[in-house]
Design a protein around this ligand. Structure first.
Ligand SMILES: O=C(O)CCC(=O)C(=O)O
Ligand SMILES: [Fe+2]
Length: 559
């Protein structure tokens, strides 16, 4: 059977922390500290890892100095012994008849050797190791899950933003140098993570990059045999058995008795001869397995009009900024100062911008002060927990790979700034927040995202907001609490609209039609964060209490 290396149960990672996409990809020395909440899902939680990195670098530097001293002493002693021995072996009798030589020999093997023995017994490595073990209780260490999460996030960014593997490996993102280049070993590790996730497509990409880096590297960070082993197998899994065989042959020239390679080679050969046979039968008119006989896959189809695109493709194109609103539509959008006949807003006017007309998506600029943002972040930070989603069928809250971020909930009583922000939501919307959910604060981590979803509960959804007794989520207010240099847009695939985060701006839209039915056009997503840290907060308003504030209607079509 085909097989690859078994992963060692307690993998020790090579110490290397490299900044990729200004996101910290962490490969730390030592056993993963299990039982701690993951850190990769929020960028703020990653900050503690930099402190861990600093302490380890300092400790290692002290250890290396001490070890170098020890090594130098050993080298000097070894050279003395070798030199004397060389002299002695030329003429043993003459050598020993010299009293100084005789004394030197005895001294080497008594006092000097004792000193060396003491040196060897003084095991600084052990001391260092026990220190490192102690660090685990004080310092923040990422887990295997973090390493995997960080690697998967990198692949997600690569796919969504069509990033070139070689460029990323050189620390370049969209032409901007963000970090130092990755070594062959780093690329190998990314490939290995993909392999463990059975993602052979990315394994091939990263192992190929590892091979290229290996060829250029003066100080090798990985062996060619290790790379070839993973590359060959993944290439086979990707459907290219001939290349897999070539790579396995190359691996066998490097390590002739590589048992897995020997086994796989037999399997590949069998596979090739079987396929040859099938092809031959096809030529005889019995079986046609040529590509023409198979239906076109989605990626092979020519997709001209944006309207024909499936949601996923639209979502990714919007994230990349490739889909733009038509100039005719854009020309109809206005911005204005608003007061909603609210005396307070006559003094503190809101800067309202239309981002979309039907359904209306409004932007309010400079609606949060920096001091308010700081308060919200400060209060939320210690309480950030992996964001959950409600299982459509069971109604249970659970974590999901399609929502990667951390969130916390803040009550208005906690700080006057929160109360002021909630009041502002009432001012801008003309609705009441009496039945709204608490303020949700979100920080996205490496490649953090939230795939297309509705904020409102659909019919048939279990438990959705039932326990609240306040009805469905009538409207969303989304505050942007940071600028995001690259990525992280909020996109509405069905509207072909994208909102780019600007610190201090809020977006507002109704999720429900006037008749209470969900407005399916509001389906939206948070694109993966490419660089920077994305902070947002949401205030979700509910139906109850809005009866005299938002006119109701009998149909979906009344605006
Ligand atoms: O972060 C964003 O841009 C959108 C977040 C969102 O849609 C949500 O939390 O429901
Ligand atoms: Fe949402």
């Amino acid at each position: 059977m085909l097989q690859l290396k078994q992963e060692p149960s307690a993998t020790k990672f090579i110490m290397k922390a490299s900044l990729v996409l200004t996101l910290t990809m962490v490969f730390l020395l030592g056993r993963p500290f299990l039982g701690k909440a993951e850190v990769y899902t929020a960028l703020v939680d990653m900050e503690g890892l930099l402190e861990t990195e600093r302490v380890l670098a300092q400790t290692l530097s002290t250890l290396i100095k001490a070890q170098e001293e020890t090594l130098n002493k050993l080298k000097r002693f070894q050279a003395d012994l070798a030199r004397e021995h060389e002299k002695a072996s030329q003429d043993v009798q003459t050598y020993l008849s010299n009293p100084i030589n005789a004394y030197t020999l005895v001294k080497h093997l008594t006092t000097d050797w004792k000193g060396i023995e003491n040196l060897l017994a003084d095991n600084k490595m052990k001391e260092f190791y026990s220190n490192v073990t102690n660090y685990h209780s004080v310092l923040k260490f990422p887990t295997d899950e973090d390493l995997n999460g960080a690697a998967v996030a990198l692949m997600r960014l690569q796919d969504t933003y069509k990033l070139d593997t070689s460029a990323v490996a050189r620390g370049l993102i969209n032409g901007i140098q963000y970090s130092t280049a990755l070594t062959a070993g780093d690329c190998f590790e990314l490939g290995r993570q993909s392999y463990n996730n059975k993602d052979f497509y990315h394994t091939v990409q990263w192992m190929t990059e590892a091979l290229q880096r290996f060829n250029e590297e003066a100080n090798k960070t990985i062996t060619k045999a290790d790379i070839l082993e993973y590359l060959a197998f993944s290439t086979y899994m990707e459907g290219n058995v001939h290349s897999a065989l070539e790579m396995t042959d190359e691996l066998l020239t490097l390590v002739p008795n590589h048992s897995r390679a020997i086994g796989n080679r037999v399997y590949y050969l069998q596979d090739i001869s079987q396929k040859d046979l099938q092809r031959k039968r096809g030529e005889d008119g019995q079986l046609d397995t040529s590509p023409h006989a198979q239906p076109l896959t989605f990626s092979e189809k020519k997709l001209g009009d944006v309207d024909e695109l499936p949601e996923r493709e639209l979502y990714e194109r919007l994230c990349r900024g490739e889909v733009k609103m038509s100039p005719a539509k854009e020309a109809k959008l206005k911005c204005r100062y608003v007061h909603h006949n609210n005396p307070f807003l006559f003094l503190a006017r809101l800067k309202e911008e239309e981002a979309f007309l039907s359904p209306r998506i409004l932007l309010y600029h400079n609606i949060l002060a920096d001091s308010e943002i700081e308060t919200i972040k400060r209060l939320a930070q210690p309480r950030l927990k992996r964001a959950t989603v409600q299982n459509y069928k069971t109604g249970e809250l659970e974590t999901a790979s399609y929502r990667i971020s951390k969130s916390a909930w803040l009550r208005e009583e906690e700080h006057p700034h929160i109360a002021a922000v909630v009041k502002r939501v009432e001012d801008l919307s003309g609705l009441t927040c009496d039945t709204a959910e608490e303020l949700q604060v979100v920080n996205y981590g490496i490649g953090g995202h939230y795939e297309p979803h509705f904020d409102f509960a659909r019919r048939g959804e279990q438990n959705a907001f039932k326990s609240l007794g306040t009805g469905n989520r009538i409207a969303t207010t989304l505050f942007y609490m940071s600028d995001v240099p690259q990525g992280g847009a909020t996109v509405f695939p069905h509207l072909r609209a994208a909102l780019y985060p600007t610190k201090g701006t809020a977006a507002f839209w109704f999720n429900l039609h006037r008749n209470g039915e969900g407005d399916y056009r509001t389906r939206h997503a948070a694109c993966p964060v490419l660089t920077g840290s994305k902070w947002v907060s949401n205030k979700w308003l509910h139906e109850r209490g809005q009866e005299f504030k938002r006119r109701c209607g009998l149909t979906e079509h009344e605006d």
